[in-house]
Design a protein around this ligand. Structure first.
Ligand SMILES: Nc1ncnc2c1ncn2[C@@H]1O[C@H](COP(=O)(O)OP(=O)(O)O)[C@@H](O)[C@H]1O
Ligand SMILES: [Mg+2]
Length: 327
């Protein structure tokens, strides 16, 4: 697998090389949720990941923060292979890499006061000073716009947006360097999405955070990402600078996604008619031979069934896996 060569930047915070995550199924079958992805995430950037439901985004996100072990391939976090760390070293190391999920209701225990939820990661990380933990939690809450009056409330007394702020505060207490944000605004009313996205942007500037921003919603990711990766059936189809990817997508799948969601695009790029994708996403238990997208691709030929297209840098910083992509 080729290395990206165009970035003259500091060491990537994440480096994935041919990363695979498989789940064993009965009768010796396996489900390839993440199927050989390679990319780097650089300090301070927002790395968007888009893909339809079931394409492996959450599994990838969990692997990136070491919540699941890759089945094969390599993952380096700040140059370190987490698989080689002792338990004690891992406990320190993993604070830098946090993940936040979509549903604040599922993430918050209804019987636990807000401040106790926010300080929980500190306790889990071994900080025993309850007063210091509470103080740190209150500070994190203040930073996300939750005054101390919220500290002793319970989740049901908060709005959806406020609950999402609690989740953000909780991730901040550990002072992470990178946060995987998995569909973090999907459950929010459209009216407060912008507010929460702005908060993410503010926190990024203030703390130099790096985000991997996972979503099925193109309009969300295109507004906040520096680069965007497009995932399909566990594979990366395309990866490039957000603007280039939106304005001149190289992969037929990206083109179809964009044409189906014209509001995410500049007017000049909007298609008259959406490109129709035939059929359903195939099962990751039994993916198509060759290119995973070929069964739905308007441009598919015999070559696409015969071999999986190489992951190639076709324009500077713009990668694609397609036999027919024109650079
Ligand atoms: N723990 C698991 N065991 C078995 N299969 C799983 C598990 N987690 C996810 N999958 C499967 O992996 C595939 C990718 O899932 P997921 O990563 O949740 O995708 P996305 O977040 O893009 O919707 C799906 O087919 C899903 O059913
Ligand atoms: Mg998901």
């Amino acid at each position: 697998m080729a290395e990206p060569q165009t970035h003259q930047t500091p060491q990537p915070l994440l480096q994935a090389r041919d990363l695979c995550v498989e789940f064993p199924l009965p009768r010796r079958r396996t489900l390839k949720a993440v199927n050989g992805v390679s990319f780097d995430v650089y300090p301070g950037e927002t790395f968007g990941v888009i893909g339809e439901s079931g394409s492996g985004k959450t599994t990838l996100g969990r692997a990136l923060v070491s919540l699941i072990r890759p089945t094969s391939g390599q993952l380096l976090q700040d140059g370190v292979d987490p698989g080689t760390l002792s338990r004690a070293a891992m406990r320190e190391h993993r604070r830098d890499f946090q993940i936040m999920f979509q549903d604040p209701n599922a993430a918050l225990n209804p019987r636990v006061r807000i401040v106790d939820s926010v300080m929980e990661p500190l306790e889990v990380a071994g900080h025993r000073d309850a007063r210091a933990n509470r103080e740190a939690a209150l500070q994190a809450m203040a930073r996300v716009g939750l005054p101390a009056a919220f500290a002793d409330r319970y989740p049901h007394q908060l709005s959806g947006g406020q609950k999402q702020r609690v989740i953000i505060a909780r991730a901040l207490t550990l002072k992470p360097r990178l946060i995987v944000c998995d569909e973090v605004v999907a459950a929010l009313d459209v009216s407060i999405r912008g507010e929460v996205l702005n908060l993410f942007a503010d926190l990024q500037r203030e703390f130099g955070l790096t985000y991997v921003f996972i979503t099925h919603d193109l309009s969300v990711v295109s507004h906040i990402s520096d680069r965007i990766a497009v995932m399909y059936l566990g594979c990366l189809m395309e990866l490039g600078p957000a603007e280039a990817l939106a304005e001149r997508p190289l992969h037929p799948y990206t083109q179809a996604l964009l044409s189906a969601e014209p509001v995410a695009l500049p007017r000049s790029m909007r298609h008259e008619r959406p490109i129709e994708l035939r059929g359903e996403i195939p099962s990751p238990v039994d993916p198509p031979s060759g290119c995973p997208f070929r069964t739905r691709c308007p441009q598919a030929t015999d070559t696409c069934a015969a071999s999986r297209p190489a992951w190639q840098e076709r324009r500077p910083g713009h990668w694609v896996a397609c036999h027919h992509a024109q650079a």
